[in-house]
Design a protein around this ligand. Sequence first.
Ligand code: S3P
Ligand code: PEP
Length: 428
Amino acid sequence: MEVVINPVRTLRGDVQVPGDKSISHRAVMLGALAMGETEIENFLTGEDCLSTIRVAQSLGVDIKMDQNRVLVRGGGLDALREPGDVLDAGNSGTTMRMMAGILAGCPFFSVLTGDASLRCRPMRRVIQPLTAMGARIAARGGNAYAPMAISGGDLCAITYTSPVASAQVKSAVLLAGLFADGPTTVIEPARSRDHTERMLEYFGARVEVEDKRVTVWGRPDLRGRKVTVPGDMSSAVFLLVAGATVPGAELVVRNVGINPTRAGALDILVQMGADLQIFNERRVNGEPVGDIRVRGGRLTGAKIGGAIIPYLIDELPALAVAAALAEGETVVRDAAELRYKETDRIDAVVKLLGAMGANITGREDGFIVRGGRKLTGTVCDSFGDHRIAMAAAVAGLQARGTTRIKEADCVRISYPAFFDTLNLISVQ
Ligand SMILES: O=C(O)C1=C[C@@H](OP(=O)(O)O)[C@@H](O)[C@H](O)C1
Ligand SMILES: C=C(OP(=O)(O)O)C(=O)O
């Protein structure tokens, strides 16, 4: 499906974004491993989280869904059953890698696969530690890519020093650690998002966090809980960048998860001079949440690199648009992980903004934008990547002429109502 974006006069609105994708996945997975009922409110009904539900159902978990309310009836760690068919994680790296951790702990055979994009994404990063724990895993391309076949069970606890700052890798090892006796530790080169640790604790596991080191104790007595999912920062950022850059804009985005390991984009936008305010700060099942007001103004470039990168990795396509509209230079470094997402997001962002007239150059581990040029609407390739499609739309709001986004329906992965919300807040 092609979506057409026309320039707007300004933006106005008081809106909510859908539930957080990372937290929605985790609520289903921990609900499946816990004893009793887990009720999830504000669950993200995007395709990625539906993939997690389908995989869990194929493992015998009773899950019912009524719009964005989900009921999971878990039977404890040992209740999962061998699936009758291959498990399809669709487009979702989180589903595949975290489920691999769970399946590594289960004493049966399973095969995980996904769509063409997911089958090109690196899986050795989970296969290696899970194999070290005792799972037997065989995968395509010399144990590098899905499909991967897992024969699980009989795991031993390990201490794993991960070469990448990846919450999916960390979570896969921690989830596998639930099935082992004793403490399993993951040490990361930089801290990644900590939703798994928070939720494991919330469900009753013993978890210890010390800077870049997380330990979970095996065989916990997990109990079903009520989980209210905060709004997704990674979705909100597209509205926040639009609100911060469109002259005269004023937007309030309510109920956004502002966990510090996810809120790096807010720090960068403030550093760029964005008029942002967080208010009504509160805590919902162990996660910080707030409402965010943004007003349009002039931004300046920023240097983005180092330990903040994992805190804003999914927000970089949106921040690239902010950088193109800002005065001065923005340099993004240490973000080579962008090359392993749904598409190579460094290449995609450079092609997208370059085609719209921005001065942007790709680097091995990031990109450099010399901002301030007026963008021009064109036919944009989303590369089938939801975050690239949304970045194109935000850029199009301020481009000269019309922007046409190809395969824009990929927004269903993380933010199905994105274009409806954009219409709602647009003042022509
Ligand atoms: O754990 C998660 O929910 C996620 C972790 C990140 O991936 P990596 O673990 O590959 O960095 C992120 O890009 C992805 O959108 C969601
Ligand atoms: C990278 C993403 O998700 P996943 O790794 O789960 O496919 C994303 O949503 O930007």
